[in-house]
Design a protein around this ligand. Structure first.
Ligand code: NDP
Length: 403
């Protein structure tokens, strides 16, 4: 009998909670809480209709540690799955420590007034979780998450060392909107407008956002332009695979998306600095979020596929010299919508959140402390990806990437 508390009721949460209900042998009781209860009730209704499973719902402000602790106790949960926003990570980790339960999230902590994607705030909880005998899993989405587990799997089964790694994130989907982000618009735009950064020969190399473009032929999708950008798993992978010489992250964007972001940035709409508007202080990016489509409403409209994975080069385990492998998943937006009512970006994040939670609930990932995904044994997680809607493939390439 397991009890799990999920916080946040957006697109990712909806996909994760549907999948938990489909695996009620692992997740026997789920409570879903967010700052607006009706969002939880809507998800619970859809879960009941699709799976017949009842989940409990509640209202909570994730920034209020005492209220979260009370809810944890009331729900009897032994794991809190944080699918709210990165701003809430530390408060929810505090609540887990106070209530004595395990923690899992999908995105690293960001201070609301600074778009900084760094792990040190959460890594600072290592000793407290260890001492309490509790486990905290950081970044159990697709990227970060599956892309880190892919790297660990390559290192366990194919490569002794990883000399260089490229994470390639392609969304080949189309939702028919002039401009829409496929997960929380505020977090997405903070990410894509930040300087690009990659790890090379022991240092970070910085370049302006969305300037380094490469065309790549993605399996199942076709040729798309991808752009070099910073992503948080670069920091954790270069830390935990200390031999890595170069680590880069690429994401595809269409020309229309890039043009919209440039115009919005040019006129100050992506700024996180407060401005006065008719006597009230507002944050332009938060205002922009409120006029953009809600990603959790895009499922019905989105067609096409995503393809996300890693290309890694290093010394082969069998002593045959340097080898390069491409490991990836292809996911279809319409199939995701038919199964759980979400588009593929919510699905590819929500399913790994469910699987990471299952690893904790089943006691497979139970080492006390704070862990990034690449630090944990990948095998059971990789098996569950194949069983629960995110099958992966691995192919040897002729040689290292030439871009
Ligand atoms: P949404 O904005 O759709 O959902 C966030 C939810 O959190 C909303 O229901 C929101 O409430 C709720 N929330 C926000 N603040 C609070 C609060 N103070 N207390 C309680 N609930 C709160 O986001 P997504 O579903 O798109 O993304 C969820 C998370 O997943 C984000 O952290 C995002 O960065 C991460 N992510 C990770 C990916 C990965 O691959 N690792 C990929 C994509 C996303 P309300 O509905 O009232 O606004």
């Amino acid at each position: 009998m397991s009890k799990t508390l999920v916080i946040g009721a957006g697109g990712v949460s909806s996909a994760a909670v549907h999948k938990m209900a489909m695996n009620s042998d692992i997740f026997s009781e789920v409570t879903l809480a967010s700052r607006r209860k009706f969002k939880c009730d809507d998800i619970a209704k859809s879960v009941k209709a699709k799976t017949g499973v009842e989940i409990k719902t509640a209202e909570v402000d994730a920034m209020d540690v005492a209220a979260v602790v009370a809810l944890i106790k009331q729900s009897g949960a032994t794991l809190l799955v944080n699918l709210a926003l990165p701003y809430q990570d530390l408060k929810l980790m505090d609540a887990c420590l106070e209530a004595g339960i395990n923690y899992l999230d999908t995105a690293n902590y960001e201070p609301e007034d600074e778009a900084k994607f760094e792990y040190h705030w959460q890594w600072a909880y290592q000793e407290r979780f260890k001492k309490a005998g509790l486990t905290a899993i950081l970044g159990s989405g697709f990227d970060p998450g599956v892309t880190s587990v892919f790297a660990t799997w390559l290192k366990k089964h194919k490569l002794d060392t990883i000399r260089q790694i490229d994470v390639l994130d392609c969304n080949g989907g189309d939702n028919g909107k002039a401009f829409a982000t496929n997960f929380n618009p505020e977090i997405n735009i903070r990410e894509v407008t930040a300087d690009a950064r990659h790890w090379e020969k022991g240092d970070w190399v910085t370049s302006p956002a969305m300037t380094h473009k490469v065309a790549f032929d993605f399996p199942g999708v076709g040729e798309k332009n991808m752009y070099l950008m910073y992503h948080e798993e670069l920091e954790s992978m270069k830390t935990h695979f200390s031999e890595i010489e170069r680590a880069r992250f690429w994401m595809t964007f269409g020309d229309a998306y890039i043009n919209h972001v440039r115009v919005l940035e040019g006129i100050g709409m992506t700024s996180i600095e407060p401005v006065m508007h008719e006597g009230h202080e507002i944050i332009p990016l938060q205002f922009l979020k409120s006029v953009l489509p809600d990603p959790s409403d895009l499922g019905e409209l989105t067609t096409g596929k995503t393809c996300i994975g890693d290309i890694a080069t290093g010394q082969a385990k069998d002593g045959s010299g340097e080898k390069t492998y491409y490991i990836y998943n292809i996911c279809d937006h319409e199939e995701c919508y038919a199964e759980v009512g979400s588009q593929a970006v919510s699905y590819t994040t929500g399913v790994p959140a469910m699987i990471g939670a299952a690893m904790v609930v089943k006691g497979i990932w139970n080492e006390p402390g704070v862990w990034n995904m690449e630090q944990l044994d990948p095998d059971a997680f990789m098996d569950m990806l194949n069983e629960h809607g995110l099958p992966w493939q691995v192919h040897e390439l002729d040689g290292p990437v030439q871009f």
